[in-house]
Write a protein of this length. Structure first.
Length: 366
């Protein structure tokens, strides 16, 4: 049976900003939960999750000139020996020698030299209906430019087809300032201005990755328990070891773990290890201050929760032996967390209790 959507996040792409985590999450999160019936009638839960990381990247003098020209409805190449490279690059692809900034305006009309049809475009494609990706040698260029051709049907496509750019009404210095190429030779004229366009030096860039993960029933129960302010664990009936919730079997003896083996874990513990992350300062970075991730050895059980966020605890004050307690999110706060973390567990807050002095603590990372 095909997956059946149960729930969508209220906003498809949301900026995740949670001060309670001790820093800002510089990402946007799109996720969906679905279920499907497996052979035998078992029901599996799946999570479709897309994480998008927004960046800014510097373009340099060559690509920057190319992008700036696009805002004026012009396409530039760069001279390389007897040829003209489009898009322009800084180095001779054959020798690696640096190229002089000898820009040449090309096209805007060109000829299709190869193509492939895209019958079902995705959200990441430049056109929202069936189209072709094509290699287009613009008039005056020596190398092809890869771009979309909005031809309507694959029957309209052929090698040798003449195409012209369809420009966006608002252009910002990106390759998609050309919405697509279209069959024909009627090109819009370049813009003429009394003064040069404002140079384009930076470009927004969204790196994204998508997952389709099955979620065990034990993980669903552990997340549900967290919404009740409970930290769920499991105790193996064979070896009697205790684990944090969400496992389907004991990793030591492979005994199946079910709901009958679940136990409530303590909500206090001791920091046994930690790491401090200092954000790299790149253009577009929203992280500015170092933040910590800690390992928490829970009371009354040999269970360590790894890489946990801390609350109201500066990174410089984190230390081994420090006593901490769990902090839980309200339903509204959990929604703002965007499905991140261990259910409704926000992190760990320091306790006004004496440190635990144990030289073996540093070895407790699992």
């Amino acid at each position: 049976m095909a997956p059946m959507p149960l729930w969508f996040a209220p906003t498809d792409r949301q900026q995740i900003v949670s001060k309670k985590w001790g820093h800002e999450q510089n990402q946007r999160n799109l996720f969906r939960i679905s279920t499907s019936c497996e052979p035998g009638g078992a029901v599996s839960t799946f999570v479709d999750n897309t994480i998008i990381f927004p960046y800014k990247r510097s373009l340099g003098p060559v690509v920057g000139a190319f992008m700036t020209a696009l805002t004026e409805k012009r396409i530039l190449g760069i001279r390389c020996g007897d040829g003209v490279l489009v898009p322009p690059i800084e180095w001779d692809p054959a020798t690696g020698a640096e190229l002089a900034p000898d820009f040449v305006e090309v096209g805007p009309v060109g000829t299709v030299t190869s193509w492939t049809w895209v019958p079902k475009p995705s959200v990441q494609h430049p056109v929202d209906r069936p189209f072709a990706f094509a290699s287009i040698v613009l008039d005056g260029a020596s190398t092809p430019l890869l771009h979309a051709v909005d031809a309507g049907t694959p029957d309209a496509m052929e090698v040798g087809l003449r195409v012209a750019p369809r420009w966006r009404a608002e252009r910002h210095g990106r390759i998609d300032d050309i919405e697509a190429f279209v069959p024909g030779e009627d090109a819009e004229p370049a813009l003429t201005a009394a003064s040069p366009a404002e140079p384009v030096t930076m470009m927004d860039y969204n790196a994204s990755i998508s997952y389709h993960n099955p979620v065990p029933a034990a993980s669903v129960r552990a997340t549900a328990a967290s919404r009740e302010g409970r930290l769920l664990g499991q105790q193996c009936p064979s070896c009697e070891r205790i684990y944090a919730g969400g496992r389907t079997s004991c990793p030591v003896d492979a005994t199946e773990l079910t709901a009958d083996h679940e136990v409530d874990l303590a909500q206090k513990g001791t920091i046994s290890n930690y790491t401090v992350i200092t954000p790299v300062q790149y253009p577009g970075q929203t992280e500015t201050e170092p933040f910590a991730r800690v390992f928490v050895l829970l009371d009354d059980a040999a269970v360590v929760l790894g890489y946990q966020p801390v609350v109201d605890l500066p990174a410089a004050e984190v230390h081994i032996g420090q006593r901490v307690a769990a902090v839980w999110a309200s339903p509204a706060e959990e929604e703002d967390m965007g499905g991140m973390g261990f259910g409704a567990l926000v992190g760990w807050v320091p306790l006004d209790e004496p440190d635990v002095v144990d030289p073996d603590l540093v070895n407790r990372i699992y």
